[in-house]
Design a protein around this ligand. Sequence first.
Ligand code: ZN
Length: 357
Amino acid sequence: MISRFCHILLLLLAMLLCMVQPAEAQEKWRTSSIEGVDYVRLDDVWKFYRFTPREGKDGCLSYGAGKRTISIRPGRQDFYVNNFRYVLSYPVRMLGGELMISAVDMLKLVDPVLRPRYNPNNKLRTIVIDPGHGGHDAGAVSAYAREKDCNLAVALKLRRLLQKKGFRVVMTRDSDYFLTLQQRVDIANRCPDSIFVSIHHNSGRRAADGIETFTLAPHGTTSPFARTRRHEDLAGNNQDSENIALATAVHSRAILSTKATDRGIQRARFSVLCTIRRPAILFEGGFVSNPQEGRLISSPHYQNKLAESICEGIVSYHATVCQPLPAKASKMATPGKVRTSVSGSRLGSILNRSNTK
Ligand SMILES: [Zn+2]
């Protein structure tokens, strides 16, 4: 019997991860440079995906097609797809009366989220689960919980669930001991056909709460957690499309299941994300420092909820990115490597390139 929860997940899967056919090959993307960053007109973006204006809420401008809606706030880095929050690498800007989005956000966030790329080389058999901290490193500590314990509890529950689904699971640690960040990455890099899911919990102001998921910042960009632009090649950037697809699948299910505050899918250059050669995310399951959330996080019931939603996200990612799609949905973008500068015609050729496999 399909449970109501499964129905919701299936609906979400359809909403978030089904393919969108572009309106037509759009060769001329009008680009402008704003403070050294290439931007494209949002009008061109809406046209490309056949999105039309919708009624926005809370000062957001909304556009959509079918069951999907994108909302933005001029001047801000908030970007919502079906009400799930993403943090752009650069704010949406206004230029000559037109709204603009950075080309790198278009290629590294908007397109892979709307049209997750099936790659016949993506074989997924192993999930590397990385419970953050351990041993002498307790991570965030409060009166309600110790981060290292919560990370491990969620990770062990997740291991059982994934094994039941038929995945091979490798734990970077399965009890309370310390590993360096590099040791964690080395374990994942030794596992062929794997993805890497690092599990953490947060600490902050007493009132701070919610779930956030980090993926590696795209090449040459900045973000609150990646303050300086990095121009050298990072191994983790070779999986940019897979990283954001994995983050979308896991994060959206965790928000839906827990009803926690959505702090968004954010960009960072945390060391475990930089040198990894597998699709990777760092998931923060809530704040141990918040009185309500801290108590929840230390409860087995809530830990189960987190583990179940991460597991469902991984299953959905696997079905979308690693397995063949129906022929109808086979026209997809292959964004490839994007440098800080991209011309309109280059953007057009990247987005119009189809993958017919
Ligand atoms: Zn941590």
